[in-house]
Structure formats: structure tokens, C-alpha cells
Design a protein around this ligand. Structure first.
Ligand SMILES: NC(=O)c1ccc[n+]([C@@H]2O[C@H](COP(=O)([O-])OP(=O)(O)OC[C@H]3O[C@@H](n4cnc5c(N)ncnc54)[C@H](O)[C@@H]3O)[C@@H](O)[C@H]2O)c1
Length: 323
């Protein structure tokens, strides 16, 4: 089986590429390397291309035919919330354009299965300790909107052209399955705290007056290797049956407060820095935790790794990659 992995040179995509290779699948990666790194996927065929460019459908069809692609896993996307607020049209062009181009190429090359990187950002203002897939989706920024529209596009393609698709709504991804594949972009809590520790700066907590046990926001942290395994399970689940679009939360169902997470990181890093509390950031919901029941019941996936393993693996990776 040959799987086309878009964004396979990125943080999450490279973990999935490694798991696919480990189980004997062939892989071809399409990535423009804007945030990806070819060193993450040594020996894997890589086509360097912006999926959102107008010639992408033809170029992707060519990649699919040349490599005998059966399945697609679509990670490629811009993911900076702040940037999406400043450049909404570009985010729509990039993230939705990529999905549209990919679907056009799949139709032409007769490829029907696709797994899509969605996000808990689709829930937006909906918050809670057990968000279900049918919890109202109210994204509060263009990034979250592009993920929700990407899901709609897949649902429409399933109706219209026989596509079998699975959209995975990731919660807070962290850790590393292999130290060399860790997250190098300081956009999420764990890498941001590690970066501040490097510079001898206190980790920042934005708001400690939320209605939670310690007053800080509560999130659902999922180990990137658990998340990667969910992609293989989702892909395999599409190999039988007719056209459809499944949507699954990919989280642990366990909430951890920002303060607890920072304390764990400081312990592992043997740092004596004291976190500094700042005022709340606009748009941060108090509690965002998945109800992961649907994916467990439908395709038999559940997370295996806890907070300690997430933080230790992130730290090991950080030590390796900052050298
Ligand atoms: N990291 C998270 O916490 C998280 C949470 C929810 C959803 N996601 C989604 O998961 C996906 C992967 O995220 P990641 O953390 O691995 O990010 P990443 O930036 O490490 O990986 C994205 C990859 O896609 C490539 N890419 C982006 N736009 C492209 C384009 N137009 N054409 C070709 N290649 C392009 C980048 O070069 C990079 O290799 C993204 O779609 C992101 O929105 C990530």
C-alpha cells in the first residue's frame, strides 16, 4: 500500500510517516518545507510543492499516479492562530485551497480514502470537560474556521464523489515518539515553556482566576505517538465500506491544568524557575477536554500515554534538538 502524506516533513506528519514505514507501507511525502524539515524523513520520496498553488491538482494527480497512491493523510496546513487573524484570506487560500486541490487530484487519480488533520479549535467558544463530536462548533479565529470548512468539504466530497474520509480533531498535541522528531516551533505550551527555561525566563501563566481547581486553564494533552497511532487506525477503518465522512475527537479525556503541566516540565527539567502569572488572554476557554468515546467505540483507538511520558519525551527531544 502507498500512502501520500502531505505535510509529512512536519512534527506530527513525520511521526505518522515513521509508523507507516515501520509496518511496511510505502510512503510519498508532499511538503513545501515552510515549517517542515526533510531531515525528519530520511530516505522517503519527497515532492516539494505548495498544495495551495493553482497548478497543484495536476501536480498531485501526477504524484498519485507515479507512486501508485492508494490513500492520503493530509497534515499540510498553516497553524498559527495569531497569523490567521492577521492574514485570514491567505489562511483560507492555504488551508482550504489545499483540501480542495487534494480532493480534485484524488477524484482524477481515482483515490478515495483520506484522513484529515482537524483540530479542537473547531469548538471555539464551546468549552467543557467532555466535548463530544456533536458539541456545537463555533470557531473563534480563521484558523479554526479553516479546519471546520475542511471537514465540510470532505463531507460534501463523500456525498458527491464516493470519498471515504476521516477528520481527526486533535486536542493539545505534545511530546515526541522519537527525540529527533520533536516539535521545534514554540507555538504550544510545552515547547514555549522549554524555550523560556533555556533563556532562564519564568514560564508564563495567562490567567489564574478561571473556574478550575487551581484557577488556570485546563486542557487535554495527547502524546504525539498516540495521535499518530490514531491516524493508522482511522486509515485502516476506511478500507471497507462505502463513501462516508467520520469525525473523531483525538484526546485522552483527561484534563490537566496549565499550572500542573508547567510544574511537571519544571520538575523534569530540574528548574527552579517560578511561573509568572499574567492576565487572561482573549478567547482562552477555561476547560477544553475531549470525550474520546466515539473513536474508541468505532475504531478501537484509545490513548496509552500520560502526562509524565509526554513531558519526559518532550524534554529528551528538546535536549537533542537544541544542540
Ligand atoms: N500541533 C498541534 O498541536 C495541532 C493541533 C491541532 C491540529 N493540528 C494540525 O495538524 C497538522 C500538522 O501540524 P504540525 O504540528 O505537524 O505542524 P507542522 O508545521 O510541523 O507541519 C505542517 C507541515 O505541512 C507543511 N505545509 C504547510 N502548508 C503547506 C502547503 N500549503 N503546501 C505544502 N506543505 C505545507 C509544512 O511545511 C509542514 O511540514 C496541521 O494541519 C495542523 O493545523 C496541529
Amino acid at each position: 500500500m502507498t500512502v501520500l502524506v502531505t505535510g509529512g516533513a512536519g512534527y506530527i506528519g513525520s511521526h505518522v510517516v515513521r509508523l507507516l514505514l515501520d509496518r511496511g507501507d510505502d510512503v510519498v511525502v508532499v511538503d513545501d518545507l515552510v515549517t517542515g524539515n526533510r531531515n525528519r524523513i530520511p530516505g522517503v520520496p519527497l515532492v516539494e510543492m505548495d498544495l495551495a498553488m493553482s497548478s497543484a491538482p495536476t501536480a498531485l494527480e501526477d504524484v498519485m499516479r507515479t507512486h501508485g497512491v492508494n490513500d492520503v493523510i493530509h497534515f499540510a496546513g498553516r497553524k498559527q492562530v495569531g497569523e490567521s487573524v492577521l492574514r485570514p484570506a491567505w489562511y483560507f487560500q492555504q488551508n482550504i485551497g489545499s483540501v480542495a486541490n487534494l480532493l480534485l487530484a484524488m477524484e482524477r487519480a481515482d483515490v478515495s480514502r483520506i484522513v484529515f488533520s482537524s483540530s479542537a479549535a473547531v469548538y471555539g467558544t464551546s468549552e467543557g470537560p467532555a466535548l463530544r463530536e456533536d458539541t456545537p462548533q463555533n470557531p473563534i479565529n480563521p484558523y479554526g474556521e479553516t479546519k471546520l470548512i475542511g471537514e465540510w468539504l470532505l463531507a460534501d466530497a463523500a456525498e458527491a464523489c464516493g470519498v471515504r474520509a476521516s477528520s481527526l480533531r486533535y486536542f493539545n498535541v505534545a511530546g515526541a515518539g522519537w527525540p529527533e522528531l520533536g516539535d521545534t516551533a514554540a507555538l504550544n505550551l510545552v515547547p514555549m515553556v522549554l524555550e523560556r527555561i533555556d533563556h532562564g525566563l519564568a514560564p508564563l501563566i495567562f490567567g489564574d482566576d478561571y473556574p478550575t481547581s487551581d484557577g488556570t486553564c485546563v486542557r487535554d494533552y495527547i502524546h504525539v505517538l498516540d495521535l499518530a497511532e490514531a491516524h493508522l487506525a482511522a486509515l485502516d477503518s476506511l478500507s471497507t465500506g462505502g463513501p462516508r465522512h467520520d469525525v473523531y475527537n483525538v484526546g485522552t479525556g483527561v484534563g490537566s491544568s496549565v499550572r500542573a503541566m508547567i510544574d511537571e516540565i519544571l520538575t523534569v527539567a530540574e528548574s527552579r524557575l517560578i511561573p509568572e502569572v499574567r492576565s487572561r488572554r482573549a478567547g482562552d476557554p477555561a476547560v477544553v477536554v475531549a470525550d474520546p468515546l466515539a473513536i474508541a467505540q468505532s475504531i478501537g483507538w484509545a490513548s496509552q500515554r500520560g502526562l509524565a511520558e509526554i513531558v519526559q519525551s518532550a524534554w529528551d527531544s528538546h535536549l537533542l534538538l537544541k544542540k
